[in-house]
Design a protein around this ligand. Structure first.
Ligand code: AHR
Length: 836
């Protein structure tokens, strides 16, 4: 293997003596910065890595690096230091002269590269931590994540000189990459399709009897806790780090994003471990040093800005719940204010005698907003001298979907896709970079106050786990989709539990299934019942891990899970991580997981990917697909059209493709960890990318009938399918067609095989998604630039059925089958024209 890490410097220095008074402990602060808790160790250090070479060398994919691929910190090189700080969001020093302590080296364990999503480096820091100087100890693995778009947008944070150097190379590289891939896509289309009139014919056998049923669950969604999809997204909790646990369990700790109102003469704030909740002991102590005479008129205290601002709307109600304790009387104002606190949108007081709050006490306040601000904050302030503790401070809008805690607008956007299944909660989120940071369902159930929360080390942010195991099943039920639970199988990106020791993980999975579908008297089912859902959830699918097939122990671990689950729940369908599309699996499974992220033109041509797959064996679950390369922008039409071609192929191969979902579903634009995504949002607004809208074209497909169809003609950039389906008591034939090329294509639809009771097929509805430029994207300022446009089709008798496919477009045409009570003869070929 060619190492892409430029090992310019030197071999690891021989181990040095460490004179650490205490071993240095690494942890993440709430900003995602990796810090050593000895403050003098922070904020210097860097990498000697040639990132562009990494990108060039690896192409898309993942590599495990060898021992020689150490990366030596190079503090001399400012650019490296800035890269580390800016893109890896972390700063670390490896050497402290005064103390003669050193980190020996960084080691890059693995590098993932997705052309448009960026580079992910899995890094271990090793340090000398023993006095004999002969041992190094891995401390922590870190994901250093470098989104390609961030390479440019985040440069403003760098100093001008190093920015310029770096910007120049990134620009040249990006330009070359973009021009190559876009030209590859577009130029090829040009050269091949220079004929003046492009004409294709879709021969459709419209008989349902020769058609084939499409699985009921073909199209669904994949919800991963990535990009703040849940915490700071679908889950409506407004407070971030509500339990003060995000700074870690060592005290004092960072309380970010909480901040202090007041200065050191008036207030002292610190965390301690005095919480009444056993699984999350950190609480906030606030010593107010001023009183009503000396405090600022608006008081002193703390505020929480939520996830890049709270969306507070006039006339809406917000429930604030918090736990408080004090050694004196308290008089605390709970307020929603503008982002700098100058404007109060809603406020109420918590007043209590010392005797009433000498032990932890739960307090609730209902606030009604008298103004609107989508970057508001929550404040806890007072002008009373006191020592007061707070913990588990929550602020939820009263108006959430069915009161179940889901943000209404995001829920609706998801529901509009009519998903037949929902896969959750990840993705890499399930695995973790380290097992210690994986999503473990038992930590996420029960009262919200008692959940410890966890740091998702793959996407590098903290979640309070308000959206937990229970809420995911509730979400599936509310949205009418079959839940597909992905659980950790004892394997993370870095460490793994060997098969001989995996039984506790198997038991955890069995317990998780019992939680979902056990009766309300069962040990775990009773916890679900206590959470308000005595009826079991309908769990029929589980996935053993995510993308773990190539990792050590996968097969062994998988079989332990498979056997135990089939034994206890024979009806549950089990999904393997191993790809069975090109060769049979070597283990039993009901489905195999298939993920694909690639260039638009490649995904378009993958409409034939499953044509030659064996019809025997488990079905494919295409649980993650997307165009995510340099030609995808942050979600453009070109990407969506590539996906459209692929989806038509999946629909046509739905005898062996059982389910499919785009990834990722959501991105909070303030913390884009993956690009592109289907639904983009901030605290108050949202829009669908063209990829989102393409999925809406397939909402009638699940459970429909695939009609036999053949496409002929002189364009290789058209794919089409035909289905029939029923809705509201009417029968339709639906033709869907993508034109990936830049020329108009005439499509002639020739239908045969119609049931003789049908008197005619009338035009009904056409929907088109296109734009003047294939690189166009939606945005907050123009959220509907590229959305499907619907119109009614008019049909004229005795003409051929001709439709037009505009350049770079996706279209669907719904034809209503009209039945007569009096049987009428119909001709085989339907001769209608749509005036479009
Ligand atoms: O969808 C984003 C990520 O892509 C998922 O977490 C992972 O499964 C895949 O690598």
């Amino acid at each position: 293997m060619t190492s892409a890490i430029e090992n310019k410097r030197h071999k690891p220095p021989s181990p040095q003596r460490l004179k650490l008074e205490e071993p240095c402990k690494f942890n993440f602060d709430p900003d995602g910065d990796l810090r050593c808790f000895d403050e003098e160790w922070t904020k210097s250090g860097g990498f000697d890595v040639d990132f562009s070479k990494l990108r060039d060398t690896f192409g898309a994919g993942s590599v495990d690096l060898e021992d020689d691929d150490f990366v030596y910190p190079d503090t001399d090189d400012e650019t490296n230091r800035d890269w580390l700080k800016t893109f890896c969001n972390m700063a670390i020093s490896y050497y402290n002269e005064e103390k003669d302590t050193s980190l020996e080296f960084f080691k890059v364990l693995r590098a993932n590269y997705h052309p448009s999503a960026g580079i992910t480096l899995y890094i271990t820091f090793e340090a000398n931590d023993s006095l004999d100087g002969n041992q190094t100890k891995p401390y922590q693995a870190v994901v250093c994540y470098l989104p390609v778009f961030a390479l440019i947008s985040d440069l403003v944070m760098m100093d001008m000189e190093s920015s310029w150097k770096f910007l120049r190379s990134v620009c040249i590289l990006s330009f070359l990459l973009c021009s190559c891939s876009v030209c590859q896509t577009l130029c090829v289309v040009d050269s091949r399709e220079d004929a003046k009139n492009l004409n294709v014919t879709l021969q459709v056998d419209a008989s349902n009897t020769t058609g084939r049923p499409i699985p009921e669950t073909l199209f669904g969604i994949f919800f991963e806790e990535i990009n703040h999809a849940g915490a700071g997204g679908l889950w409506s909790e407004l407070v971030s780090n509500r339990g003060f646990e995000a700074g870690g369990q060592n005290i004092p700790s960072n309380i970010s994003p909480w901040s202090i109102i007041g200065d050191k003469s008036s207030i002292y704030v610190v965390t301690d471990r005095s919480s009444c909740f056993d699984r999350n002991k950190i609480a906030l102590r606030m010593d107010v040093l001023c009183d009503s005479n000396s405090c600022p008129s608006k008081g002193v205290g703390v505020y929480n800005p939520g996830y890049w601002g709270m969306n507070i709307e006039q006339g809406k109600k917000y429930k604030v719940v918090l736990y408080v304790r004090s050694i004196g009387d308290i008089d605390v104002s709970v307020s929603l204010t503008s982002s700098n606190g100058s404007l109060t949108l809603a406020s109420d007081k918590i007043i209590a005698l010392a005797s009433d709050v000498s032990n932890w006490t739960k307090k609730e306040v209902l606030l009604e907003a008298n103004g609107t601000d989508d970057s508001a904050r929550l404040q806890l302030t007072t002008t009373k001298k006191c020592s007061v503790w707070f913990d588990q401070v929550s602020a939820m809008p009263v108006d959430t979907y069915k009161g179940h805690g889901f943000r209404n607008d995001l829920f609706k956007m998801m529901a509009d896709l009519k998903p037949r299944f929902i896969r959750f909660p990840g993705g890499c989120f399930v695995e973790g970079v380290w097992l210690g940071h994986a999503f473990r369902w038992k930590e996420t159930v029960g009262a919200w106050e008692e959940r410890p929360g966890h740091y998702g080390d793959n996407w590098n942010y903290w979640t309070d786990d308000g959206l937990g195991h229970f809420e995911f099943f509730q979400l599936a039920e509310d949205i009418g989709a079959a839940p597909i639970w992905v659980f950790n199988n004892g394997i993370s990106h870095t460490d793994a539990v060997e098969t001989a020791s995996v039984m506790p993980f198997v038991q955890e999975a069995l317990d998780g299934i019992e939680f979902a579908r056990g009766d309300s008297n069962s040990p775990w089912g009773s916890i679900r019942a206590a959470m308000g859902h005595p009826e079991p959830f309908e769990l029929k699918y589980v996935a053993v891990g995510n993308e773990d097939c190539v990792r050590p122990y996968y097969r062994g671990n998988y079989l332990e899970f498979y056997n135990a689950i089939k034994n206890a729940y024979p009806d549950i369908k089990i999904i393997s991580n191993c790809d069975g599309s090109s060769q049979p699996l070597d283990h039993p499974a009901d489905y195999y997981d298939y993920h694909i992220y690639t260039l638009a033109k490649d995904l378009f041509s993958m409409s034939h990917k499953f044509d030659s797959t064996s019809r025997d064996g488990p079905k494919a679950f295409v649980s993650e697909y997307a165009v995510n390369s340099t030609d995808a922008g942050t979600g453009n039409l070109l990407a969506a059209l590539g996906e459209a071609g692929f989806l038509l192929g999946l629909e046509k191969n739905s005898d062996i493709v059982g389910m499919a979902s785009y990834a990722p579903l959501f991105v909070n634009t303030n913390n884009r960890r993956w690009n592109p995504d289907a639904i983009v949002f901030n605290s108050s607004h949202l829009y669908g990318t063209p990829s989102y809208w393409i999925q809406q074209f397939f909402t009638d497909s699940s459970g429909a009938t695939l009609l036999n169809s053949t496409l002929n003609g002189n364009s290789s950039y058209v794919e089409a399918s035909a289905i029939s389906f029923q809705t509201n008591g009417s029968d339709y034939v639906q033709i869907k067609a993508v034109n990936f090329g830049d020329k108009t294509v005439n499509l002639k639809v020739s239908m045969t095989g119609l049931d003789s009771r049908i008197t005619r097929v009338s035009g009904y509805k056409k929907k088109v998604l296109t734009s003047t430029n294939v690189m166009d994207e939606n945005s907050f300022s123009n959220p509907e630039m590229i959305v499907p446009h619907e119109s009614l089709m008019e049909m004229h008798e005795e003409e051929d059925l001709m439709v037009v496919l505009p350049p770079h477009s996706f279209s669907s045409f719904d034809f209503l089958k009209e039945y007569a009570n009096i049987k009428m003869l119909v001709s085989d070929s339907y001769k209608k024209i749509s005036t479009m």
